[in-house]
Design a binder for this molecule. Sequence first.
Ligand SMILES: Cc1cc2nc3c(=O)[nH]c(=O)nc-3n(C[C@H](O)[C@H](O)[C@H](O)COP(=O)(O)OP(=O)(O)OC[C@H]3O[C@@H](n4cnc5c(N)ncnc54)[C@H](O)[C@@H]3O)c2cc1C
Length: 397
Amino acid sequence: MTRRPKALIVGGGIAGPVTGIFLSKAGIDAEVFEAWPYSTGIGGGLQVAPNGMHVLAEIGLADEMVRRGSIAESFDFHSQKGALLGSLNRNMKARFGQPAVNVCRATLNEMLVNKAWCENVELRFEKRLVAIEDRADQPVIAHFADGSAAEGDFVIGADGVHSAVRGHVIPDGPKPFDTGLIGFGGFVPRSVIADWPIGRRVVTTFGQSGFFGYGFCSADPADGLMWWSTQPAHGVDAATFRAMSQAQLRQHLRNFHAGWHDPILRIVDAAENIVVTDTLDVATLPTWSRKRTLLIGDAAHATSPHAGQGASLALEDAMRLGRLMADRQDLALTFQNFEAERRPRAEKIVALARRNGNSKREFSATGAWIRDRMMKVLLPLGARTMDFMYAYDPRAA
Ligand SMILES: Cc1cc2nc3c(=O)[nH]c(=O)nc-3n(C[C@H](O)[C@H](O)[C@H](O)COP(=O)(O)OP(=O)(O)OC[C@H]3O[C@@H](n4cnc5c(N)ncnc54)[C@H](O)[C@@H]3O)c2cc1C
């Protein structure tokens, strides 16, 4: 009997467990190493777009996503005073075969980890990768901070924006840089906006400075509404905000969003466990692989969150890599083919996210007025230029 190849997958976020599932289906043993302890308390909410939902459907999780999350039937944009500027992403299911679904990140992670376990993927927690050793004619070795090590035939770096594997693939390569925007986010009970019928819409608002958004992300009435606020950092980093008490953070948000339309301040007043995130980006990498190690997901093509596609791209990567690995071609060739296929799409979306982020920076009163008028005209056109993201079906690629 021939020995099954063994993959060492670094990172148990989104790309890691799903890659494990697809490799396992392709007859490859997969072991996932996650730096942190297993936790269902990962903060914040996110949206998985139709292109990512196709991947979840392929591993049998689309129905559970819809049941435990909340379908988003449009993305509406408002001015600071509440005037509707336009609406995007309507009828996603009819147009692209799957809906866009909002979900708590913790729920998604729990679903992916459970599914990976069911598919015989080994998951090891509290295993922080510190080094990779790749010598000819020997197994590749991953070394962890606790002094342990694991051997395999190849390594997949799915360890996110701060990837340690990236440092192995490209020593002295690009590092994450701060884009000058800070994110705040969390959940509030549905009852906070009980008299405000948003239905399945995600409601977003462009201020003169910054951005606010909210939408349902769970059927649970206790934390059913996710919200986020994106603001110019003005030289104050996320660590400074993280050192503040929740009451201080709430006060900061109250001050920042004073005068914004209803129900934004109501949401801010009810916010608890506010999470603060840096908004990071990484310059284009010269390569995604070196010898027997390949980068995927944010480790390869970190994107700022302004296109709502990072998670879906990570899911697509996992599925496409699984399909290519199933062909059992030479490993270096498979890695080259993966990069050749995935890079143009990922980089196009990363660039779009950067452009979107620019609309959330500081404007003069006149600048904001002009931006709002332009958005009314440009949003319907922009909607069509964004369809390429959702229309991609990784099963058919
Ligand atoms: C505020 C915010 C909002 C976002 N909203 C959306 C959204 O609505 N829709 C969307 O599609 N995307 C969104 N994104 C982007 C999305 O979260 C990422 O693109 C996605 O999580 C990337 O998946 P990944 O598996 O590559 O990395 P991650 O999900 O970051 O997973 C990486 C994992 O690797 C682990 N790890 C790191 N270093 C090591 C190490 N040395 N050893 C072992 N393990 C390690 C980490 O602990 C983590 O669990 C958002 C991002 C942010 C910051």
